[in-house]
Design a protein around this ligand. Sequence first.
Ligand SMILES: *Cc1c(COP(=O)(O)O)cnc(C)c1O
Length: 219
Amino acid sequence: MSISENCIAINKSLPRHVALVAVSKTKSVAEIMQAYDTGQRVFGENKVQEMEGKWQEMPKDIEWHMIGHVQRNKVKYMAPFVSLIHAVDSERLLKEINKQAKKNDRVINCLLQIKIAKEDSKFGMSEAAAKTLITSEAFQNYKNVSVVGLMGMATFTENEEQVRSEFKELKRIFDDFRRIQEKLTIVSMGMSGDYNIAIEEGSNMVRVGSAIFGARNTI
Ligand SMILES: *Cc1c(COP(=O)(O)O)cnc(C)c1O
């Protein structure tokens, strides 16, 4: 199937409360336009400068989501336009986003990345660290960031029960945090291989790349 057929089919298959972030990292402007032309407007990238280049070149009604790990010195390049940063994993990063958002006279929406995978390679905060952050006094003073939800990545494994239990865990943390911070509305979990499980476990934002655009060339 083509990129546009994949994009239409996946959008059709999702429940209405689930948003689709089309993960376009490594893909060309021409390929991304095939998804855009079906009506898709939300795209996810994992490298700041690649996203900035695409933002410059492409239609301005695209919402660009930064889904990858962010280095603090790169925040300034996306602060003028990014619409959601998924993987905030420290207070230092949040503070830098707040600073750059302020310079641009914006409020930038962010998700806190929670480490749910059992494997070591995944970034993210512990539940306890995230809770300490959202209840801290400093947090209330970051007027140019808005933490609107949580993001997580499951372990890369064939074991469906493990993936399911990690998603369940993120949803449990989300429900718990919502009692303290009612602005939290987004649970970003699920990728090409596991988004149906994620939705069953309460995801309302999925990040799907290869199921739309085909396999990426790994470098
Ligand atoms: C690349 C990426 C995805 C999409 O992965 P696919 O398996 O191609 O759907 C989702 N989330 C993050 C954080 C990614 O880096």
